[in-house]
Design a binder for this molecule. Structure first.
Ligand SMILES: Nc1ncnc2c1ncn2[C@@H]1O[C@H](COP(=O)(O)OP(=O)(O)OP(=O)(O)O)[C@@H](O)[C@H]1O
Ligand SMILES: Nc1ccn([C@H]2C[C@H](O)[C@@H](COP(=O)(O)O)O2)c(=O)n1
Length: 226
């Protein structure tokens, strides 16, 4: 379905991909794919079912047969796994770390590929992840690689957790983010890296509205909306 435009937003954890992608999809009236949520769901399903995260064949089967529903509502999108609302559970930092571990398995990536591509529907798609521009939608007409310094990302994450009533230690967050960056960027299959034709955007010191305006300018420049 190559006549449906896709904007891919890839980058490391805490760079603001999810926030930007949601706002961009809303501004354009396009669909939104949070591919990280799928990896988080695979990790959570495995932990619930007692499947060892390193058991590649079983993890691949689990990814391919994931029973998940994204239910749009006035308060945001509810994520439902096997009938349970797991919207909050998948956002826990421990689930993000587990997701990063299962994401190294080619079987898991292959198992999620068709499901991700099925999000490409008219009038367009904003896809947030690590390999959206390099592997899942290599023909996307606009690819953005969003970064921010490690310190800024850890500070943002600390603030985000504080808003949820969690008082996280900045040094621990810096350590966890650096470790996750390294695992995501160094894996053999679909590592986190900018596509050759990606627009690089460093959001350090930029507020989210400025980031959104910049990407809307890229969208306009490519004539992706009429
Ligand atoms: N430009 C920005 N300036 C300040 N804070 C920001 C900016 N962009 C995002 N944030 C905040 O940083 C936090 C992390 O953002 P977000 O969840 O969008 O990052 P992410 O890249 O999707 O992370 P992950 O990959 O771990 O899901 C959120 O609290 C968000 O509100
Ligand atoms: N396209 C993707 C999306 C996510 N992952 C892995 C790597 C991340 O550390 C983890 C959680 O993602 P997040 O929700 O924090 O964006 O999932 C991936 O490998 N490829």
């Amino acid at each position: 379905m190559t006549n449906v435009p896709v904007v891919t937003i890839d980058g490391p954890s805490g760079s603001g991909k999810g926030t930007l992608s949601r706002l961009l999809a809303g501004a354009l009236g396009w669909h939104f794919l949070d591919s990280g949520a799928l990896y988080r769901l695979v990790a959570l399903a495995a932990m619930r079912d007692g499947v060892p995260l390193e058991d590649a064949p079983r993890m691949g089967d689990l990814a391919a047969s994931l029973d998940v529903d994204f239910v749009a509502g006035s308060g945001g999108t509810q994520v439902v796994l096997c009938g349970d609302d797991v919207s909050l559970a998948i956002r826990e930092e421990s689930c993000g770390i587990a997701a990063s571990k299962v994401a190294v398995l080619p079987e898991v990536r292959e198992g999620l590929l068709a499901r991700q591509r099925a999000f490409r529907r008219k009038p367009g798609l904003v896809a947030d992840g690590r390999d959206m521009g390099t592997v899942v939608f290599p023909d996307a007409p606009l690819k953005v690689f969003l970064t921010a310094s490690l310190e800024e990302r850890a500070t943002r994450r600390r603030k985000q957790l504080k808003e949820q009533g969690i008082d996280a230690n900045l040094h621990a967050l810096l350590h966890d983010l650096a470790e996750r960056d390294a695992r995501d960027a160094q894996r053999a299959v679909a590592p986190l890296r900018p596509a050759d034709d990606a627009m690089m955007l460093d959001s350090s010191g930029m507020d989210i509205q400025t980031v959104l305006d910049q990407v809307l300018e890229f969208v306009s420049a490519r004539h992706l909306v009429v």
